[in-house]
Write a protein that binds this ligand. Structure first.
Ligand SMILES: Cc1ncc(COP(=O)(O)O)c(C=O)c1O
Length: 402
């Protein structure tokens, strides 16, 4: 089991970074936690397969997987070769590259709701495009949203004018009745419902997403699926394919290109055609590195049993962790579906952080949601499960779960 020695260089660099970078990171979920000072690695410098190495050269079995995009594994040869080959020809030009057509056609074939496709660079940006299109298409302003759709679509809190906050309503996952009530309260005003799957209770998607489909159709609103996590993970075509519900629009990012930034919004041709007057345009949309990687990743998804492997390794991880919890009689569990199980535990944040720390010391990196990749072998997962068992034993012995 890889055990960490010291993370001294990490914390020196992190403290230095704070002088020039607020939060010392661009991504909130990557921010090192003060309560894990001298335990948490703040900087990763290398990855290979399912493992990463920090700046102090400690090795970890990684279930954070870049916070989701690493579905195939680090340094996955087909993907990395595609980047190197594309570099020989150039990264971005002032007219589109033919690879756009090829990847768009492939996505139309693979994603049930995709009649047409456009590319951007981040998930949140593509969600914003889908929201804008839905408003233009329906001529309505109000959006009902469920789940996180990226910072650019977080329409509450400081920095968001009240008038804009009033055009979004965040509603919970799993039960369509608050959505029905919203449609009743604001007839003819709701442009779309956009939904990202929840994790631990994702199974509720079976009835919930079909109910939202029915509701939006009855009220002339669009249904948008945020497939940024679920796409190329739950199924190739994401939650839409897995739950058998076809939205009007959907957004894919993370797993589409195994880590090279790329996102796309896809859907009904008549809605997508509105990009002409809605004017969604980006200098970096259609850069060739993202698209070359997507082509290589899609080849791999179609050729190899990637999705089956994510399910199998995720199940092995869930079963292993949940067996340790049952043995110890504690309520620490991995819940939800195997490609993206969520860690649930009593007592909230402090205990979770403590467990993460104990795992980091034992060379295992987890997140609130664990992301198995195609490069996690059975032996890697078994090694991680043993380390998790050891960490839980030690915490239970200290009375942390009572
Ligand atoms: C479900 C979901 N939607 C949207 C986003 C935002 O994507 P990005 O960070 O690429 O803008 C995320 C990011 O984690 C996400 O998990």
């Amino acid at each position: 089991m890889p055990a960490t020695q010291s993370v001294e260089k990490s914390w020196l660099l992190r403290d230095r970074a704070l002088r020039s970078i607020p939060l010392a990171t661009q991504t909130h979920s990557k921010a090192a936690r003060e309560s894990l000072r001298d335990i948490e690695p703040c900087y990763i410098i290398r990855g290979d397969g399912c493992r990463v190495w920090d700046v102090d050269d400690n090795e970890y079995i990684d279930f954070r997987s870049g916070l989701g995009p690493i579905t195939l594994g680090y340094r996955f040869p087909a993907v990395d070769d595609a980047v190197r080959r594309q570099l020989d020809d150039g990264i971005i030009f002032s007219y589109p590259h033919p690879i756009e057509v090829e990847v768009a056609e492939r996505l139309v074939r693979l994603i049930p709701c995709a009649e047409s496709v456009r590319f951007l660079k981040t998930g949140g940006e593509a969600m914003a495009a889908a929201h804008r299109l839905a408003r233009a298409f329906t001529g309505r302003d109000l959006l009902l949203t469920c789940g996180y759709h990226g910072w650019v679509n977080r329409m509450s809190g400081p920095g968001v004018p009240e008038i804009i906050q009033g055009t979004y309503r965040g509603l919970p996952w799993g039960d369509a009745s608050p959505y029905e009530a919203a449609f009743r309260e604001a007839p003819g005003e709701i442009a779309a419902v956009s939904v990202a799957c929840s994790y631990a209770d994702i199974d509720k998607g079976h009835g919930f997403l079909a109910d939202l489909r029915d509701l939006t159709e009855r009220h002339g609103a669009l249904l948008i699926f945020d497939e940024i996590v679920t796409g190329f993970r739950l199924a190739l075509g994401g939650a839409g394919e897995y739950f058998g519900v076809t939205p009007d629009l959907a957004v894919f990012a993370k797993g589409i290109s195994n880590g090279v930034p790329l996102s796309c919004y896809v859907g009904r041709a008549d809605v997508m055609a509105r990009v002409a007057d809605v004017n969604i345009s980006s200098t970096f949309g259609g850069d060739t590195l993202g698209l070359a990687t997507a082509r290589a990743a899609l080849d791999t998804y179609e050729r190899e049993d990637v999705i089956e492997t994510l399910w199998a390794r995720g199940k092995q991880l869930m079963d292993g962790v949940n067996a340790h919890s049952a043995r110890l009689g504690i309520a620490v569990r991995l819940e939800g579906l195997p490609p993206m199980p969520e860690l649930t535990l009593p007592g909230g944040g402090a205990l979770r952080t403590r467990l993460e720390g104990e795992l980091l010391k034992r060379g295992v990196m987890i997140y609130t949601v664990c992301y198995p990749s195609f490069s996690h072998g059975e032996a890697d997962v078994a090694e991680a499960v043993a380390a998790i068992g050891d960490a839980l034993d030690s915490m239970a012995a200290q009375g942390m779960f009572t």
